[in-house]
Design a protein around this ligand. Structure first.
Ligand code: DGY
Length: 324
């Protein structure tokens, strides 16, 4: 019997073809939830689910008794209850590596845009305000030579640090559960406690995954420890930061600016003040959003689910214990 899989999200025709050659593929309508009434029958028969932003709950898993694997087209999987999957012997695959450099590019774009006020000043030019040479009120801050503080030093954090250290001569501090001696040698990076990093860094860039331990890791106390000239960058997950405390810090001058790709609520609520603030660059979660990288992520997810459903070890398996 052919195995069956549900696709939610965008795969190329070639990728869909690759899966359809091997499996019975059900592509869901873009707006249709996995467990919507019209999908219940598919869910009951599905051996695999592939897609991005998948809303997986224990109830949904109850409705999918044949499920063997979930392949998320993302490196993050904070939206997926991994322990529940593991308990049921369901594999979870993600897409690390292929998005590292692109996401680091996004991080560095935010470093540059916030420090040099790129968006604010481009808007100012568009509005026809450029009538004379600009003065100090519109000057930005240097990036080169400033201290870059990385909160989290995994693949993406290291790639941002490499850009800063090698491209912009930035001393790098990092806080991370484990030391990274190779990177310390390569970049001269120094591991320190979060408190020290917050106090000494000119740019504080968050790249930790969202877990129970990192939720609201950065709040009022942490912003108060940053330099008033400090710039805060978040390319991890919105919930790592207490957004109300961030807004307060930006409004009262506790920090200079913020570059944000991620938010507690996505898409941002219309009532959010963040995008209206001159010292904020807010992006719509574009970390990995280039044609090349999204295609590579989708292909990694396709390879993962194909291998898993054929009984082989997927390339990027999160819960290793599910593969015998
Ligand atoms: C990821 O892969 O987790 C990214 O945040 C999605 O863009």
């Amino acid at each position: 019997m052919q195995k069956r899989l549900m696709v939610q999200g965008r795969l190329s025709d070639a990728q869909l073809g690759e899966l359809s050659d091997l499996f019975k593929v059900d592509v869901l309508a873009k707006t249709s939830a996995l467990d919507a009434p019209e999908n219940r029958a598919l869910l009951a028969e599905a051996h695999g689910i592939i897609g991005s932003g998948l809303a997986i709950t224990p109830q949904l898993l109850d409705a999918a008794p044949n499920l063997e694997v979930i392949a998320t087209v993302s490196v993050g999987y904070d939206n997926i209850p991994v322990d529940e999957l593991t308990k049921r012997g369901i594999m979870l695959c993600n897409t690390p590596d292929v998005l590292t450099e692109t996401t680091a590019d996004t991080g560095f774009a935010l470093v540059m845009a916030t420090a040099r006020r790129v968006v604010e000043l481009a808007e100012w030019v568009k509005a026809g305000e450029w009538q004379a040479s600009i003065g100090p009120a519109l000057f930005g801050s240097d990036v080169h030579g400033k201290t870059l503080g990385m909160v989290g030093f995994g693949r993406i954090g290291q790639a941002v640090a490499r850009r800063g250290a090698l491209g912009f001569g930035m001393p790098v501090l990092y806080s991370n559960a484990s030391p990274k001696p190779a990177l310390e040698r390569e970049l001269g990076a120094k591991r320190c406690e979060l408190n020290q990093l917050l106090a000494e860094a000119d740019f504080v860039c968050v790249t930790v995954p969202l877990t129970a331990e990192t939720e609201h890791l950065i709040g009022a106390k942490e912003f108060a420890q940053m330099k008033p000239t400090g710039i805060f960058i978040n390319i991890a997950r919105g919930k790592v930061v207490d957004e109300a405390a961030l807004i307060h810090a930006l409004e009262n001058g506790a920090i200079q600016a913020a570059g944000l790709d991620v938010f507690e609520q996505e898409p941002l609520a219309a009532s959010s003040t963040l995008p209206t603030m001159a010292n904020v660059v807010a992006l719509p979660h574009i970390g990995s959003a280039t044609h090349e990288t999204r295609d590579a992520m989708a292909q990694r997810a396709v390879n993962n689910i194909r291998l898993a459903l054929q009984g082989e070890r997927p390339i990027s398996l999160v819960n290793q214990e599910t593969y015998q």
